[in-house]
Design a binder for this molecule. Structure first.
Ligand code: FA5
Ligand code: MG
Length: 436
């Protein structure tokens, strides 16, 4: 296997990944530890909790209406990830500080929505489901990891199949479930879009917008109700027979309007499960299926898996520790039995920024990537704990705290010191700062 970075004979620097070669440019910011994660393919392991959840969700969609699509490698074009979804050219998600770029044209998908266009164009059933690993340069803590998994779903109708809009609306209404989903208590289910905070699309009639919104909400309520019903049927300690509360919250996405998030009440808190909304007309146009209407949702698989299995740390999904993986089997959702956590230790990295440089130009995520590259999964948490300006010189100082902890073993202080030394010198070298 070639190294992630190499140079060709004519001196061109390239990234070697996914059996392909990408020319390095000023956007390239993929790192070896991220590249390594993209090879793990957790959704292909039938006993990983993420793929157990994926299967459970899929089983609640009628298979004759929804095709399951497995996207290939996570490298997608900037067009697929952003432009085809109506992201404005100055959307912050496009920044190098937020997204992993192979080069200025190709990113690691930041969401499964990147494949909507392809699926709308090529899949022949009215709906589809897409599950995949997604990548975001993000903070490190118990619930955030730079690689996580999403499931996307969408459903469309073609206006060309109907003589009039009334017939289209009648068909959408007749496709919509009439019986409320068992086992769910829905707060605000009939609250329609509010013109001000959640506008319908220009050019879409209120009747059509309401029909699509109802189809979206009733379908996803059925799916979520079905999931919690199967959880109750699998005998387990928390198998309370009470209905699960959910609610629809107004939201915003560049590619849907109106938009909502579904939240579920679990263990005393409202937790965001997914984003969703009525697909915007330009998304269908750019997918080369004009004259379509429909809806889409995108759900975080880790969130739902952590909740249903009681998994306390997002890093555990990547564990190869037998005490973790031996607890799960395909088709079964059981309470995760915690095993003792190995001890954690912290070390700080403090430094003076270059003379005249503004701490606002120093991005946490750049620091995180250095930590991740040198210590990968041995870091539980990284936080900026101190920021200070020298009263005389005006120079700025930052201090980050790194909490070291392994999921698999007790770390020795020699090992931590070596990691810490490497991180410190890399930070000094990369940012030209003076270590304290
Ligand atoms: C999106 O990614 C949209 N593509 C979702 C969508 C699809 C909206 C289709 C409309 C139509 P968002 O960034 O909010 O939206 O992420 C969607 C879900 O992914 C969240 O609800 C959450 O469950 C999960 N998620 C987001 N960020 C993280 C994270 N850092 N770690 C774990 N899960 C996350
Ligand atoms: Mg969100």
């Amino acid at each position: 296997k070639p190294a992630l970075f190499s140079s060709t004979q004519d001196g061109q620097n390239v990234v070697n990944i996914f059996n392909n070669t990408y020319i390095v440019d000023e956007f390239t910011n993929i790192t070896p530890s991220i590249a390594e994660k993209s090879g793990r393919k957790l959704l292909k392991d039938p006993a990983n909790p993420l793929s157990i959840i994926k299967k459970l969700i899929e089983s609640n969609f009628p298979p004759q209406e929804y095709t399951v699509f497995d996207p290939p490698e996570p490298a997608v074009t900037v067009y697929e990830n952003f432009d085809s979804l109506n992201f404005r050219s100055d959307h912050p998600g496009r920044n190098k500080t937020d997204t992993y770029y192979l080069n200025s044209d190709i990113v690691l998908r930041t969401h499964t929505s990147a494949h909507q266009g392809h699926c709308f164009r090529t899949i022949s059933t009215p709906g589809f489901l897409i599950s995949a690993d997604v990548y975001r340069r993000d903070e490190i803590d118990r619930t955030h990891y730079p690689v996580f998994h999403q499931m996307e779903g969408a459903r469309a109708w073609s206006r060309d199949d109907f003589a009039t809009e009334e017939e289209l609306i009648a068909k959408i209404n007749s496709d919509t479930l009439k019986i409320p989903s068992p086992g769910l208590q829905i707060i605000d289910s009939n609250k329609q879009f509010e013109e001000s905070s959640n506008p319908k699309q220009p050019g879409m009639s209120p009747e059509l917008c309401i029909a699509l919104s109802n189809h979206l909400k009733r379908t996803l309520e059925m799916v979520v109700g079905g999931i919690f019903t199967s959880i109750r049927q699998m005998d387990r300690d928390s198998a309370d027979k009470e209905a699960v509360q959910i609610r629809w919250i107004d939201a915003y996405f560049p590619f849907t309007a109106p938009s909502w998030e579904m939240e579920v009440y679990w263990d005393g808190d409202w937790l965001e499960l997914f984003g969703s909304g009525v697909t915007e007309a330009p998304v269908f146009d750019m997918a080369q299926v004009p004259n379509h209407v429909g809806w889409a949702f995108g759900l975080g698989l880790e969130r739902l898996a952590m909740l249903l299995f009681g998994i306390p740390d997002i890093r555990l999904f990547w564990s190869t520790d037998l005490r973790f993986i031996s607890q799960f089997e395909s088709g079964r959702i059981n309470r995760f039995q915690k095993f003792s956590k190995y001890p954690s230790t912290h070390r700080d990295v403090a430094f003076w920024l270059k003379e005249g440089s503004d701490p606002k130009d120093f991005h946490d995520n750049d620091f995180m990537d250095i930590v991740r590259d040198h210590a990968a999964d041995l870091v539980e948490d990284v936080k900026l704990i101190d920021k200070f300006t020298h009263p005389k010189t005006g120079r700025h100082s930052l201090c980050y705290r790194i909490v070291y902890q392994s999921m698999e073993r007790t770390l020795q202080s020699d090992e931590i010191n070596a990691l810490q030394d490497n991180i410190r010198s890399e930070v000094a070298k990369t940012f030209g700062v003076q270590l304290r």
